[in-house]
Write a new protein. Structure first.
Length: 121
């Protein structure tokens, strides 16, 4: 049992907080975990590996929409675009990722992706 679950149980047992309020806050936590951008971009990569390119694109789009300031989301969507042979879209996403000040590792990955596509950074 996760510590957050234990905290909820303790709150219900030791306070006068209505159970419905606890239930709603717990539901919000689950919703945030489900749609967290980091989870979405990891999911799109897994889906792509399984071969469902269109589902991977939907997840990658969702990650970009949820956190449009994360270079990783654009880099991951670019990988899906490449798998769909949409190289111009992949290049656009990689270039957008570079403008978002990615960390050094991600920056090198993005630059490598651009070079593989025959595009300058």
């Amino acid at each position: 049992m996760r510590s957050s679950h234990i905290a909820v149980i303790i709150s219900v047992l030791c306070s006068a907080i209505p159970a419905q309020t606890i239930k709603e806050s717990h539901a919000d936590e689950a919703l945030l975990e489900k749609y967290h951008p980091t989870r979405a971009h990891k999911t799109s990569g897994l889906i792509l590996k399984k071969g469902d390119r269109l589902a991977a694109l939907r997840d990658a789009d969702e990650a970009v929409n949820l956190d449009p300031k994360d270079a990783t989301n654009y880099a991951n969507r670019a990988a899906v675009m490449r798998a769909l042979s949409r190289n111009d879209d992949a290049i656009a996403d990689l270039r957008k990722g570079l403008t978002l000040n990615p960390n050094e590792t991600r920056k090198k990955q993005i630059e490598t992706g651009l070079q593989e596509l025959g595009a300058a950074p």
